[in-house]
Design a protein around this ligand. Structure first.
Ligand code: JFZ
Length: 471
């Protein structure tokens, strides 16, 4: 079956999706490329994101967006010398850890057990399709040998370009490589906002700092081929709306197919992570943080959530359960969002076994139910605490998180009928089409699982159904 791309020139992100074909199973191939294909998808409207009011001609790259949305689930990693202390990256500088001590940690940062292939294998086993690493967090430490600073990985005992190793591991294993980059920098002498730092601001020069920032972003694009620029740290007064739009245009001019989140500009509104004006502010997608975003098919979004409490590694961490993570994923994709799930590797370079076990458990669930996640859109039934739905072609996937349900009654528009109902990983399921209703009799003695997924074939393209509330 041949799929066609809307873009005449395959962008890097969609080339990545076709690279999946070499690495992935046939099922993944269909799911991954279907996410890019316009064959089954409705002709996409011009994506809402872009370069903001100063750059109305700059829109989100629709092929990159569709490929990324189809991936649905990514690994976020917050890592750096602060893992030696087990306190929060950036925020513990000048708080739990005195600034002079924090800024010297890199001199003894030596993750001898770091193995990029292992990290990316863990992501892959979890069912994650993309990877975002902190290239530089608020503390200003650059995790690659940057030409523009000595406060970087090259001046640590580890003497390896760990960022390049991550990039190559992603390439080898068919995982999309991305980078988180903090706009603010509480370490850099020219950045003009201080955080718990008595240094005077006089003498600091944001013009020089912006040049440094733009130069480092160019390194991430040209030398490390990042496909996602996950900006953060845009909220302080030192960074303006104008700066945000300028940076978006700078990146687009370097490479058109990179996805840029909405924290590049000032439109990000608090933890809900969306923007209050898509036309005014730059950014390709919204970034709800530590929460599941609301149902929204009009503006792409991705929830970033930690497996424990902290972004960076913490010695004693209470982790979320497999069930909670699966339910979070279900409600996120049911709302038409992506989930970027964060792990914090240890100072020796390993991802701790309890976090690996958690991710493996999620991956086991996705091995059976991934068809209802990858390459789907959210809806048509709005997420609840008991159920959520996704859709693809003429199929609705109903994710059921409440094992006690014996019968499920779904509203159906006039003329829309189910033609087959089955359970992913199982058999067909008994159902009745009634007047504007579908009644499904839930099989008994289902295997123990965080959720099961009913695959409902209907006589329509499922994505064309208007979103509907269910109880
Ligand atoms: C930011 C970082 O500060 C944090 O360390 C982590 O990297 C996360 C992914 O992103 O967290 C934020 C950013 C903005 C707000 C709150 C937390 N905000 O504007 O309320």
């Amino acid at each position: 079956m041949k799929f066609f791309f809307t873009e005449t020139s395959k962008s890097r992100v969609t080339r990545h999706a076709s690279r999946l074909s070499r690495h992935a199973s046939r099922v993944t191939i269909i799911l991954a490329i279907a996410a890019c294909s316009t064959l089954q998808q409705p002709v996409p409207k011009a994506p809402p994101g872009g370069g903001g009011e100063l750059n109305p001609q700059l829109r989100t790259n629709s092929a990159s967006l569709q490929a990324w949305q189809g991936m649905r689930f990514g690994m976020f990693v917050h890592w750096g010398p602060i893992s030696l202390k087990g306190t929060e990256i950036g925020w513990s500088r000048g708080r739990e850890v005195p600034i002079s001590e924090y800024d010297s940690l890199y001199l003894r940062f030596n993750p001898e057990l770091f193995n990029a292939d292992e990290w990316i294998s863990v992501a892959k086993e979890a069912g994650m399709k993309y990877f975002v690493i902190t290239s530089k967090h608020h503390d200003g430490f650059s995790i690659w040998p940057s030409k523009y600073t000595d406060y970087d990985i090259e001046n640590t005992p580890v003497k390896r370009d760990v960022l390049k190793e991550m990039e190559l591991a992603c390439e080898k294993q068919g995982i999309l490589f991305g980078t988180y980059h903090s706009i603010l920098d509480w370490h850099h002498p020219d950045y003009t906002t201080r955080y718990r730092d008595p240094r005077p601001v006089e003498g600091s020069d944001m013009k020089k700092y912006k040049e440094f920032l733009f130069n480092q972003v160019k390194e991430l694009i040209v030398d490390y081929h990042t496909n996602i620029l996950w900006f953060d740290g845009q909220w302080e007064a030192s960074w303006t709306h104008q700066d945000g739009m300028e940076l978006y245009k700078y990146i687009r001019d370097l490479r058109d197919d990179i996805l840029i989140n909405n924290r590049v500009d000032k439109g990000f509104k608090g933890m809900a992570g969306m923007t209050d004006s898509i036309a005014k502010y730059a950014g390709d997608y919204g970034t709800p943080e530590q929460q599941i975003g609301g149902f929204n098919r009009d503006y792409p979004w991705e929830s970033c959530i930690t497996v424990g409490d902290q972004w960076a590694w913490k010695n004693v961490e209470k982790l979320k359960s497999v069930k909670v993570v699966v339910e979070t994923l279900i409600k996120t994709v049911g709302g038409d969002g992506n989930l970027l799930l964060n792990v914090g590797p240890m100072p020796d370079g390993r991802i701790e076994p309890q976090q690996v076990d958690l991710l493996r458990g999620v991956g086991e669930w996705l091995k059976v139910n991934g068809e209802g996640v990858y390459g789907t859109r959210g809806g048509p039934f709005l997420p609840t605490d008991r159920m959520a739905s996704t859709c693809k072609e003429q199929f609705i996937y109903l994710h059921v998180m409440d094992p006690s349900l014996k019968e499920i009654v779904l509203p159906m528009p006039q003329g829309v009928k189910a033609t087959r109902v089955s359970i992913l990983g199982g058999k067909t399921v008994s159902y009745d089409n009634r007047e504007r209703q579908l009644v499904i009799r839930v099989p008994q003695n289902l295997p123990d699982s965080p959720a099961y997924v009913l695959k409902i074939r209907i006589n329509r393209k499922a994505v064309e159904l208007e979103p509907m509330e269910i109880k």
